[in-house]
Design a protein around this ligand. Structure first.
Ligand code: NI
Length: 175
């Protein structure tokens, strides 16, 4: 079911989400949540969504894109369901790029993120997963994990002059 996306200003986006308890793995309840997240993300052509964005305060992410309409230059990201994720930067290198969020519709900003990242967590059956990623994939995972800690991307920005509406910014996005 496509769910309503919680937008910035709603206190549910500022809370720290709870870990999924072991007994919730491999249950119809978790599968239904993941299905709603996947359908809601795809309905908006998003590349990722976190459970708090549909009002569910659990540490659950869905992300992935074959070819993103929102980020046409970006390489594909395999579709992934990730529970109780833990992020570790692989080195100190950071990079800046334009970023948007389904909870801030129409807006984009330049956000610094770690370039290379290891993420670990669990799949919906409770199996441990770990993956090393970089670039756009690493950016998406950092953005989605921030939602689990009540952090939205504008608070990560260093230069608020590079924050605005996508349709206004579009002539300037390469700069
Ligand atoms: Ni977001």
């Amino acid at each position: 079911m496509i769910r309503e996306i919680v937008r910035m200003g709603d206190p549910r986006l500022q809370q720290v989400a709870r870990e999924v308890e072991p007994e919730m793995f491999n249950t119809p309840e978790l599968d239904a949540l993941l299905q709603d997240m996947r359908e809601t993300m795809r309905a908006q052509s998003g590349v990722g969504i976190a459970a708090p964005q549909i009002g569910v305060p659990l540490r659950v992410l869905v992300f992935g894109a074959e070819q993103s309409e929102r980020y046409p230059e970006a390489p594909p990201i395999p579709y992934t369901e990730l529970i109780n994720p833990v992020l570790t930067p692989l080195d100190e290198t950071m990079e800046e790029a334009w970023e948007g969020c389904l909870s801030l519709p129409g807006l984009l900003g330049i956000v610094p993120r770690y370039t290379r990242m290891r993420y670990a967590g669990f799949d919906p059956q409770g199996r441990y997963v770990v993956r090393d990623v970089e670039g756009f994939h690493a950016r998406v995972v950092q953005h989605e994990c921030d939602h689990l800690d009540g952090v939205l991307y504008p608070t990560r920005m260093r230069d608020m002059s590079r924050f605005g509406f996508a349709d206004v910014l579009s002539p300037y996005l390469d700069s």
